[in-house]
Every structure is written in structure tokens, then in C-alpha cells.
Design a protein around this ligand. Structure first.
Ligand SMILES: [Zn+2]
Length: 86
């Protein structure tokens, strides 16, 4: 008799697809990304985020529910593909 103790590696598939949106801080001009896993079919609501650079408030439009697990990441470097800054 053979016994194969094979356990399928079932990891919880709770990782919803995360999306990110890029925004620019109106206070210091630095760019940042807002990550969230909200469903884009949800109606958009205004959510206030804090600039990771200067901490200034910035209202962005996100699908409803995004504010529950959103994350704000700074984007390093200058604006890509849009020419010179200054
Ligand atoms: Zn800022």
C-alpha cells in the first residue's frame, strides 16, 4: 500500500487586485501613487489623502471603499516623459 500525503498548497486568495493612481501634490508638487483594491465599478467618492512628502491634504477621486485599505507611496524622480521640470 502506498500512501501519498500530498497537501495542495492552498493559500488564501484574498489578495484582491490592487490598482494605483498617480497624483501630484498641489502643495509641494511631488508625485505620489495611491494604491487601493477597491472595485472600479463602484461610484467614485472624494477621499482626502496626505502627501507623503509634505503631509499636505489632497483630495482625490477613488472608487467607494478604496479609503479602507488605500496606501500612499511617494514616486521618486521627476515627471517622466513630460519634459523638463523648472
Ligand atoms: Zn506635498
Amino acid at each position: 500500500m502506498s500512501y501519498i500525503g500530498f497537501m495542495p498548497d492552498t493559500q488564501p486568495a484574498s489578495m484582491a487586485a490592487r490598482r494605483n493612481e498617480q497624483h501630484r501634490c498641489p502643495h509641494c508638487g511631488s508625485r505620489f501613487e495611491v494604491w487601493h483594491s477597491a472595485d472600479p465599478v463602484e461610484p467614485a467618492v472624494d477621499v482626502e489623502v496626505r502627501c507623503p512628502c509634505c503631509g499636505g491634504p489632497h483630495v482625490v477621486s477613488l472608487p467607494r471603499g478604496a479609503e479602507k485599505d488605500m496606501r500612499v507611496d511617494p514616486l521618486p524622480g521627476p515627471e517622466p516623459d513630460t519634459g523638463v521640470v523648472d
